[in-house]
Ligand binder design. Structure first.
Ligand code: NAI
Ligand code: MG
Length: 354
């Protein structure tokens, strides 16, 4: 069986961690036999933008639609405004392909150290389910009287019933398969139209899941809970903005952004889903060969799982955890290993040679 994967390494450390991750994925597929991944690389990035004046060709989305899934490194580079790189590539892919679930699991693996006191491996094991198509990240709004004292800037937030129900339902389903506990991020005290609507939908869908206990917390209080009692959190569902912020926070409490994987899912599988580390292109460490490939390798495992190979996925995560536990870690984790050293060690372990 051959899976066709479109690969967009992107900018900065993107290509470095993508190479590491795909090497591990190939080794794991080989060890399991009968499965292969075939990669088609696309150079779409800020470099591409400098040459062509756009992040991807006009027919880019059409091209991607022919693949089973998409694997992405990171996009963004000084010189190209971040809203240009994001709205020119990543957001159109997430939206056109109705990847309305941003699935972000975080676990304190053995070998990682939480910056929080008294937290041991195994204590943090949660998933953030972030709405990925609408909400606060809308391109509706405008700006008038620019540069004058009368300047007015408006950005609209868009919540649809369809969009809200489907992400909330996904989270309830996930909670049912895990701890049967769901936390919903809200802010219905300050944001008085969209957030009460969000709470209402959570309440309506909760009736379909009497076996799941749901708690709603205002986002500010919830941010504190991530720090004060992360052990109590399991599945957390939030809007586009809240989910984005909480996932960087969750990454921080397991040791940093280099550890956080993500899947942009189209659960109906009508379109390709996209897998990528949560982190960006990290211009400050790009080109040094020291980026932590954990997030990208774990994202490759999520892709294998989505494509129907949970055995390959768990072999990768296991090998990754064994590697970290053996102290083979990059400088962000206090080690001296290079990106390639970590990748080689994980590969050796998925092949059973370590
Ligand atoms: P960033 O995630 O690139 O970097 C934040 C900090 O974390 C930096 O100190 C960086 O060195 C460190 N870091 C990130 N990934 C790491 C890894 N794998 N190993 C070790 N250290 C790592 O976020 P920042 O600096 O806000 O953004 C840089 C660029 O990336 C911007 O252009 C931004 O728009 C873009 N970006 C792209 C994303 C994407 O493609 N999905 C997501 C976030 C940012
Ligand atoms: Mg983010």
């Amino acid at each position: 069986m051959i899976h066709e994967v479109a690969v967009i390494p992107g900018d900065g450390i993107g290509p470095e961690v993508v190479e590491a991750a795909l090497g591990v994925l190939d080794a794991a597929a080989e060890a399991h036999g009968g499965v292969r991944f075939r990669y088609t690389h696309f150079p779409w990035s800020c470099r591409y933008y400098a040459e062509h004046g756009r992040m991807m060709p006009e027919e880019g989305l059409q091209t991607l639609s022919g693949f089973e899934s998409i694997f992405l490194g990171a996009v963004g580079w000084p010189g190209v405004p971040d809203h240009v790189s994001l709205w020119g590539l990543l957001l159109p892919i997430r939206r056109r392909f109705e990847q309305y679930i941003n699935y972000r699991p975080l676990r304190l693996l053995r070998g990682l150290r939480s910056p929080l006191k008294g937290i041991e491996p195994g204590d943090i094991d949660l998933v953030i389910v972030r709405e990925n198509n609408e909400g606060e990240y809308s391109n509706m709004g405008g700006r008038i009287y620019e540069g004058t004292p009368r300047e007015i800037v408006i950005q609209n937030t868009v919540f649809t019933r369809t969009g809200t129900e489907r992400v909330v339902r996904f989270a309830f389903e996930l909670a049912r398969r895990r701890s049967r506990r769901l936390v919903s991020a809200t802010k219905s005290n300050g944001i008085n139209f969209t957030m009460p609507f969000w709470d209402q939908v959570v309440g309506e869908i909760a009736r379909e899941y009497p076996d799941v206990t749901v708690s709603s917390y205002h986002i500010d209080a919830l941010a504190a809970y991530f720090v004060l009692r992360p052990k109590t959190l399991d599945v957390v569902v939030g809007s586009n903005l809240f989910g984005d912020i909480l996932s960087d926070l969750a990454a921080a409490i397991v040791g940093g952004i280099g550890l956080a994987p993500s899947a942009n899912l189209n659960p109906e599988r009508k379109y390709p889903s996209m897998f990528e580390p949560v982190h960006g292109s990290a211009p400050d460490i790009a080109g040094k060969g020291i980026a932590n490939p954990t997030a990208a390798i774990w994202s490759a495992a999520l892709m294998a799982e989505h494509l129907g190979h949970p055995d390959i996925a768990s072999a990768i995560v296991q090998a990754l955890e064994d590697t970290l536990a053996a102290g083979i870690v990059t400088p962000d984790q206090g080690g001296s290993a290079k990106t390639a050293d970590v990748a080689a060690a994980v590969k050796a372990r998925v092949r059973g040679r370590s």
